[in-house]
Design a protein around this ligand. Structure first.
Ligand SMILES: Cc1ncc(COP(=O)(O)O)c(C=O)c1O
Length: 378
């Protein structure tokens, strides 16, 4: 994927020896590149609603705001609060609220009355409770009905139940029926044409359902669509209600890089700096990038890519250790540093309280990963 030369150029860090490992390192110019590429694909920033789950950093939210991105997506109340603190004026929490999170959403709406705040829902009782909590505080929240495009994670399929739920949202005090949420993370076809065909088939059903809702007199202002793999597909559609909600592409990662050749326009911008802590056998090198330092939701053996050890086979991954086998083990001694490009960057950034920021090869800042916490103040 990468080679020594590109590590020296792309991921060069002067003063690397001062960074305690393992560390999350964000390369600012690469983030800028990814943001610009995202805007290019979207044909501008107007339809973008990037998901902050990948980075959870107020600094990234501010960079997007500076680029004119006004619409933002999140999955937790803490992420919503971080976005609001950064100055975002339109925040969509694409996650169904239940239990005490309903009251927290009402507190958020009261705390940030100037923010256009919306959430998802897919259940009648939760919709009723959300309405009660909002109306009790004389507040309102936008609601997007969560549509299941075949992923079977959350949401309802289009049809009678979906129609009834939308009508319920529209008549419930405290709620504003604003549209639909369509997250299709299961569309993982490697070939862009096949991915496009699969997304298109589901989209036709959703667009027809939207038209039915409009005919029935309900407002449907937006349909928030997709993540990074389906982003280029929705971006090509001309329907004005479509909003694009990729998250990963702002940082990109080795997982999407390997799975989707068309996403090679993005460059991994957040990596883990790790050091050798032991050379237990002639062909083994042990790094300090354990499961607390890089996401372990990808299968064992695929937790990341070492650009400087192309043949590394990951054989043991414990809390603080990653053991790799390589024919090149003799090159490595305890104390040597290298980088690991995470396979899955979103849960990797959540493992760090802050990221070291590198610009033009120099350490220039440290950004808190604010919304890795479940609660900021609300
Ligand atoms: C609901 C929702 N929207 C958007 C995204 C962003 O997708 P991606 O990480 O592919 O950019 C995710 C990712 O998990 C998600 O769960």
């Amino acid at each position: 994927m990468e080679n020594d030369a590109s590590r020296q150029n792309r991921y060069r860090i002067s003063g690397e020896e001062t960074i305690a490992s393992p560390a999350l390192v964000v390369f600012r110019e690469l983030v800028e590149h990814n943001m610009a590429t995202m805007a290019d694909i979207a044909g501008g920033v107007d339809r973008l609603r990037p998901h902050c789950k990948t980075n959870k950093m107020e600094a990234i939210a501010r960079m997007l705001l500076e680029r004119g991105v006004t619409k933002h997506k999140c999955a937790t109340i803490a992420e919503a609060e971080m976005l609001a603190d950064a100055g975002a004026a339109d925040i969509f929490l694409g996650y169904n609220l239940v239990g005490p999170n309903i009251a927290r959403a009402a507190v958020f709406a009261g705390r940030f009355p100037d923010v256009s705040f919306s959430v998802t829902a897919d259940d009648g009782r939760s919709i009723a409770r959300l309405g009660e909590a909002m109306a009790a505080g004389n507040r309102s929240v936008g609601v997007l009905l969560d549509i299941d495009p075949g992923r079977e994670r959350t949401g309802v399929r289009v049809g009678r139940e979906a129609r009834e739920l939308y009508a319920l949202i529209d008549r419930t005090a405290g709620l504003r029926a604003e549209g639909l949420h369509l997250y299709d993370g299961h569309q993982r076809q490697r070939d862009l044409r096949e991915r496009t065909a699969a997304v298109d088939a589901e989209w036709q059903k959703v667009a027809a359902f939207r038209d039915e809702l409009l005919e029935a007199g309900h407002p449907v202002r937006r349909i928030v669509c997709g993540g990074t793999p389906t982003f280029p597909v929705y971006a090509k559609m001309e329907d004005p209600s479509i909003e694009l909600s990729p998250g990963t592409c702002v940082f990109h990662d080795a997982g999407y890089g390997a799975a989707f050749p068309d996403l090679d326009v993005f460059i991994p911008a957040a990596v883990v700096l790790t050091r050798v802590i032991s050379r237990p056998t002639p062909n083994r090198v042990t790094f300090d990038v354990g499961t607390k330092a890089v996401a372990s939701d990808p299968p064992m053996g695929q937790r990341g890519v070492f650009p400087e050890i192309p043949d590394a086979v990951q054989v043991i991954h414990n809390e603080e250790h990653l053991v790799v086998e390589t024919t090149d083990a003799d090159r490595w001694s305890p104390g040597d540093a290298t980088i690991l490009i995470p396979q899955h960057v979103c849960p990797t950034s959540a493992l760090y309280p802050e990221a070291v920021v590198v610009s033009q090869g120099e350490i220039v800042d440290h950004w808190p990963v604010t919304a890795r916490n479940r609660r900021i103040t609300i």
